[in-house]
Design a binder for this molecule. Structure first.
Ligand SMILES: Nc1ncnc2c1ncn2[C@@H]1O[C@H](COP(=O)(O)OP(=O)(O)O)[C@@H](O)[C@H]1O
Ligand SMILES: [Mg+2]
Length: 286
């Protein structure tokens, strides 16, 4: 069955926009499990809203979520889409995303952190508060002001249950340790989404997609070189390997190197401006 009926509570423009956002999410390479959970959450939210219109009992919609994954695995990208989806479903008023990290929440002097955190929460009203590397809020133990930030955040989540959604994001190991040390926190985040590292093939597809979007194309040998360089990138420390971000940096480097190769020429065809050769990759000097 199509899910058209579920969308009935929504206006036509919301429905259309929601489908656009869904397509954008689908167009991300890989991330199958992430896409599945987002679909689940979306279905849940739509059904609860639909039940409401028929005066059926509704589950409270607690959508605070934990994103676990290494750098460059798509956490920020998915969070931004998720926030906009929630707006189109009428769950969030604005659907913007406020991205913060420890330094945006924690102040230097005693008594100022709560205020600083509350200010950020205010900015996130009607949208999504994305706390990157959230585990660093527990860095200094009991006496650290990070704890004050956590307490302030938890209190705001209790008081204003449905006016903003919080996502705590971070790398797997420290994040799991952080959540174990703060059981009260964990229970307030009913959804956990894991962002796996991309495979080499996925990274290759991501790189091709980035190049295509920028109107560049690779020769067959340049494609080989791209695969080789992706493998090489991964050989370092897996905790610092940047996944799609490392690939984006590589793509940007390649584009700059192609520009250097071309800039001395008098006249350039469209073909010359778009094609990438192996020599355009770092380490391959002509
Ligand atoms: N699955 C994907 N498909 C295409 N591009 C991606 C994908 N995942 C990440 N990217 C790109 O990689 C870069 C880093 O992603 P980001 O969401 O910032 O990762 P994180 O927040 O986990 O560090 C961004 O430019 C993003 O557009
Ligand atoms: Mg990020």
């Amino acid at each position: 069955m199509s899910n058209a009926s579920v969308f009935q509570g929504l206006e036509a423009h919301q429905r259309e926009r929601l489908q656009q956002l869904q397509q954008e999410l689908d167009s991300l390479v890989g991330l199958q499990s992430v896409k599945r959970v987002i679909r689940e959450v979306q279905a849940f939210a739509l059904i609860q809203k639909y039940r409401q219109t028929l005066q059926l009992t509704c589950e409270p919609m607690v959508l605070h979520t934990i994103f676990i994954g290494n750098p460059g695995t798509g956490k920020t990208t998915v969070a931004r889409l998720f926030s906009q989806m929630l707006r189109e479903m009428g769950i969030l008023q604005k659907g913007h995303t406020v991205e913060v990290e420890r330094a945006d929440l924690v102040a230097e002097y005693i008594g100022q952190t709560a205020q600083k955190t509350r200010e950020v929460i205010k900015q996130a009203q009607g949208g999504l508060l994305f706390v990157d590397e959230a585990y660093s809020l527990a860095r200094g133990g009991e006496r650290d002001f990070g704890k004050e930030a956590i307490d302030t955040l938890v209190k705001a989540m209790e008081d204003q249950r449905d006016r903003f959604v919080v996502i705590l994001a971070g790398y797997p190991e420290p994040m799991n340790r952080f959540l174990e040390a703060n059981p009260g926190l964990r229970s307030r985040f009913p959804i956990t989404i894991e962002f796996p590292d991309y495979t080499d093939i996925e990274l290759y597809k991501i790189a091709l997609g980035m190049l295509e979007k920028r109107e560049y194309s690779l020769t067959a040998r340049a494609q080989q070189e791209l695969i080789r360089q992706i493998r090489r990138l991964r050989q370092g420390d897996p905790a610092t390997f940047g996944n799609a971000r490392a690939v984006r940096n590589l793509v940007e480097q390649v584009i700059r190197r192609q520009a250097v190769r071309l800039v001395g020429k008098r006249e350039l065809t469209k073909g010359e401006l778009t094609v990438i050769y192996p020599v355009d990759f770092p380490g391959n000097d002509a």
